[in-house]
Design a protein around this ligand. Sequence first.
Ligand code: PMP
Ligand code: GLN
Length: 378
Amino acid sequence: IKSKLKNIGMSIFAVMTKLANEKNAINLSQGFPDFDISPKLIEFVNHFMKDGKNQYAPMPGVPELRKMVSSKIEKLYNCKYDFESDITITVGATQALYTAISVLINPGDEAIIFEPAYDSYAPSVIVNGGKPIYISLQLPDFSIPWSEVNSAITSKTKLIIINSPHNPTGAVISQDDINELERIVRDRNIFIISDEVYEHIVFDGNKHISISESEILRNKSFVISSFGKTFHTTGWKIGYCAAQKILTEEFRKLHQFIVFAVNTPIQYAYAEFLKDEKNYLDVSSFYQKKRDFFLELIKDSKFKPLHSKGTYFQLLDYSQISDKDDFNFAFELIENIKVAVIPLSPFYSRQNDNKLVRICFAKKDEVLYEASQRMKKL
Ligand code: PMP
Ligand code: GLN
């Protein structure tokens, strides 16, 4: 067969988690919580399974869940998405991203991707015959260099992918970014995919800015989120895509042949769980405590944290510990202190010599404590 993804190997998250398990290391690499989820949520799943909600869900998703998503978005971002025509429940954000990218990208189209970038964006563009155009976020705070974006726009530009809060850096977009984006796409045939899976994990009293808050952007965007991050249920793989009717119609044409429909009892359970808004509004403060706990633990180590404004990730500069590249440093960490982290290189298309690794702090306090003690030895 002719590979559609030449030069692409196994995802770094799969590689590091496998290695962490083999080496019996503390796994701070792949992003997932290691603690129990809400017993209430489990109760709801049980209830709906016993209640016979075990057959195919409607293709776009269970209406109860789409209604709850629509009203959550309206409450938080003051904008309307019709649950019937604008919201589709997906197999995690990953499938929503892949489907939306497939809707937009035809052979030869260009997609602007900011790097470091989540690893699924570029391959999804390439599989559809598109060309990723990479733009590096600017240190120290990984901001979007808008003059470079302006210069990168061509007649082939079809898509700009935004991710805020940002994996792996924890950066968040500002109102200025929204204004710049509006200016760029307003009179052009350019669309946006906004990956907002960490929308409920934003720190220091800041409020998540959703692309859907801007009317200009809303009309040209697929806004994507995931319950996995918000409800500590990454293994349940359910998310959603909100987009205006004409965009959603195209989205569903593909969605129905990629998965048709998504796990039924869990959709009902999420719909029930969403009725108590504390279940998502309290997630930011929960993770801010974890972030601060971990930062306090490693403050006397040689790892230098960069500021994480959201997500459950923290970048660490290890330049005071080693000159090795980030891959070799990460492999050495597993061997020497049995802590698994993610090197930053796989989030870049080009070679770079940042001495940065990413840790996930969605872990039990005792696990963060033990990891920090090991990290302090370096
Ligand atoms: N986008 C980003 C930025 C992510 O971090 C993740 C999860 N790791 C996803 C998308 C995929 O989400 P899901 O697990 O719901 O498919
Ligand atoms: N989003 C998670 C991370 O960034 C991993 C998801 C995956 O394993 N594909 O670590």
